[in-house]
Design a protein around this ligand. Structure first.
Ligand code: COA
Length: 225
């Protein structure tokens, strides 16, 4: 089975110096006008490089050999010594925390982190399919916020795996919570996309956040610290 490594990194874990960025990355960072975007981008690059080091077996000394560019559609493009890496990388940021996942092999991959907070009925009616709405209506009020966040995040992960993002109707993705956990602490589900088939969705609650990973093929997940 394909192996996937992930990490979450908080703002306080960023090194004080920026010498882990390449000069091209420094230039890109300097080009951001808004502080929030600058911070999100920086934290995402840091998390991405942590997982890239882990999957390539390199040490922290090699961190500047990696550069994480962006494709024209916005998806992250990892380079090692200036050449494309043969890995799939996805990243996400929310409320001062970044989440990055990387796998080797051809499996399409998308990941997403979301802060668990109340989302309105109008939100659910607008973005969810009928059966997702039924699922949300069935959970106890106590678990509603995390159930809604989980479905929303799994949609985003799936749309990142497809490299389309929120340009498409989120109701073209049908998320199914299988309702049980396999092995450690990653729950399992599926997402079915109009005209694009099925993805495996994994999710876990991480403090006040929900993490989700969507992959075309099943993966074995390990944490890279
Ligand atoms: C992809 C998308 C759903 C992410 O939504 P979000 O909740 O705001 O942000 P997240 O923190 O979860 O994820 C952002 C990361 O997703 C990745 N991403 C962006 N577009 C992506 C795409 N088309 N496919 C896969 N991953 C993508 C990037 O790595 C981005 O972080 P970075 O810009 O710092 O590298 C959203 O950006 C989107 O719908 N984009 C539509 C396409 C678009 O407008 N692209 C802009 C081109 S520059």
């Amino acid at each position: 089975m394909t192996h996937l490594f992930y990490t979450t990194q908080d703002w306080y874990q960023l090194p004080a110096e920026l010498d882990w960025l390449t000069s091209a990355e420094r230039e890109r960072l300097d080009g951001f006008r808004f502080d929030k975007r600058r911070r999100d981008w920086l934290l995402g690059r840091w998390a991405a490089k942590i997982v890239l080091l882990r999957i390539s077996g390199l040490s922290m000394w090699d961190i500047r050999r990696f550069q994480v560019d962006s494709a024209t559609d916005g998806a992250p493009v990892p380079l090692l010594d200036g050449s494309p890496c043969a890995v799939e990388l996805s990243l996400s940021h929310s409320h001062g925390r970044a989440f990055a996942a990387v796998s080797r092999g051809a499996t399409a991959l998308g990941c997403d982190i979301e802060f668990v907070e109340p989302r309105s009925d109008v939100f659910v009616e607008t973005y969810f399919t009928d059966s997702e709405r039924v699922h949300v209506d069935d959970v106890s009020p106590l678990n509603r916020d995390s159930a809604v966040t989980k479905i929303w995040s799994a949609k985003e992960s799936t749309l990142k795996a497809l490299r389309v993002g929120l340009k498409v109707d989120t109701r073209s993705v049908q998320v199914i919570d299988e309702g049980h956990h396999t092995g450690k602490d990653w729950g399992i589900g599926r997402s079915i996309v109009d005209d694009a088939g099925e993805f495996t969705c994994r999710w876990r609650v991480d403090g006040d956040f929900v993490l989700t990973i969507a992959t075309r093929d099943p993966v074995e997940i390990s944490r890279a610290h």
